[in-house]
Ligand binder design. Structure first.
Ligand SMILES: Cc1ncc(COP(=O)(O)O)c(C=O)c1O
Length: 428
């Protein structure tokens, strides 16, 4: 598309946007009585307007039904997670049986590694991307230590080439192949939190399987952002949070995926709890854990009704938007427009003041654009916030801006570019 850097052009794109009404389903934070241009859905998605109402429904159920709420009412809590499973599945490309809402992300990463990181003999290593989100690094280090290994020996990090930010798929595949018989687990992010790079998950999964390793993904930045085909790609396991692109609120419930090929494997280690027990017999309260078939068998504790109500409401908005297809089409153009307006800022300044480290190729990124300012990065970020553009700052030097197709507009993107130019000119 031939973009133009003016308000009329941005508004014309908004006019044609078939998802434009979705924006009205969300609440925008305000500053000085003006809504923010919110470009921080990669960190915490906006509150759906219906959130308060769905919490009230559950508070009323609790008030009126109390313990009977587990089995009575319009959607008894005992089976409530099933309503979410149906809506989560199309977002990650899975069957409903392969996904389940539960716990929080890092907790699920641990629970899944308990099952899927099975070091044996010299096959004890985990391969991951260098610069993964710290919680993943800590989780993986602590898991390898738990098995008695030294993280320095047991963890292989794949790094970008000298002077680059982005990982080449060929380098990831090569790293897997060159450590073929030592790798127990390939564990990558779907999208890297810092650069916004969307990894070639299909190629990574294939490479991992070809050397006999298990392959899992942390999809914190990918689920609800880019289309995924976890089942078809034969990914073994994955987990994600719901509070970023899926707008389910701070600390919201996490989701897990376990491929159906593992769904009846009773030989795996699990840190079990009663909610993962075979559902039809759970209340017999018998000795000896029998897991429920599918992802549900990884549940530990009883249903967290309030966070699930928020996730459910948000998933219904994804259903209204037609799940990922239209969102992704808009996202590609919206993010390309952000690339364009930043490029225009550089042109207007007569120098590359802003370097984008996110891949330009639309198939290698989601909604996030990570920018390094040549100078005054934090100051520029603070000025953006003061002037009602809310992205986020990631140490040591990156401004992340995420135009989210669910609720951001082309006008948001144009105005951000305009403001960035004004700030930059004042600082010159
Ligand atoms: C890639 C990634 N992994 C893990 C986490 C941690 O998630 P939680 O605090 O929900 O466990 C985050 C949080 O932003 C993340 O971005």
């Amino acid at each position: 598309m031939n973009f133009e850097n003016n308000l009329a052009f941005a508004r014309a794109l908004d006019e044609q946007d078939i998802l434009k009404e979705m924006r009205n389903e969300y609440l925008f934070p305000q500053q000085n009585s003006k809504p923010f241009i919110y470009l921080c859905g990669n960190s915490l998605g906006l509150q759906p307007k219906v959130a308060r109402e769905v919490l009230n429904v559950q508070l009323n159920n609790w008030q009126n039904l109390a313990v009977e709420g587990w089995f009575d009412g319009d959607s008894p809590w005992m089976f409530y997670h099933k309503e979410l499973k149906k809506l989560m599945a199309p977002i990650v490309g899975a069957s409903a049986a392969e996904v389940c809402p539960m716990n929080t992300l890092t907790v699920n990463l641990h629970l899944l590694m308990v099952s899927f990181y099975r070091p044996k003999g010299k096959r004890f290593k985990i391969i991951m991307e260098a610069g993964a989100f710290p919680s993943d690094q800590y989780a993986i280090e602590s898991q390898v230590r738990f098995h008695g290994f030294d993280p320095k020996e047991a963890i292989i990090e794949v790094k970008p080439r000298e002077g680059e930010y982005i990982l080449a798929t060929a380098d990831i595949v090569k790293a897997i192949e060159s450590n073929a018989d030592e790798i127990a687990l390939v564990l990558f992010g779907g999208i890297n939190y810092f650069t916004g790079q969307f990894f070639d998950m299909k190629a990574i999964t294939l490479a991992g399987h070809q050397v006999g390793a298990i392959v899992g993904f942390d999809l914190a930045h990918a689920a609800g952002n880019v289309p995924l085909e976890l089942h078809n790609w034969e990914v073994d396991f994955a987990c994600w949070c719901s509070y970023k692109y899926q707008n389910a609120g701070p600390g919201g419930i996490s989701g897990i995926f376990v491929h159906e090929k593992h769904s009846v494997d009773q030989t795996m280690n699990r840190f079990a709890g009663w909610w993962g027990y075979k559902e039809s017999q759970r209340f017999k309260m018998e000795k000896g854990f029998i897991p429920e078939v599918g992802a549900d068998g990884w549940q530990v504790s009883c249903t967290q009704v309030m966070p699930m109500a928020l996730y459910h409401a948000s998933l219904q908005l994804f259903e209204k938007a037609g799940f990922m297809e239209k969102l992704r089409s808009k996202s590609k153009i919206l993010t390309a427009y952000l690339f364009f307006v930043i490029d225009e800022v550089n042109k207007n300044l007569g120098e590359e003041q802003y370097k984008i480290i996110t891949p330009k190729n639309e198939n290698e990124r989601g909604a996030q654009v990570s920018i390094i300012a040549k100078a005054n990065g934090k100051l520029i970020f603070d000025e953006l916030v003061k002037n009602n553009v809310l992205g986020d700052w990631r140490e040591p030097n990156v401004i992340r801006l995420s135009p989210v197709p669910m609720y951001n507009s082309y006008e948001d993107v144009f105005l951000t570019g305009e403001l960035l130019l004004t700030i930059s000119q004042h600082l010159k």
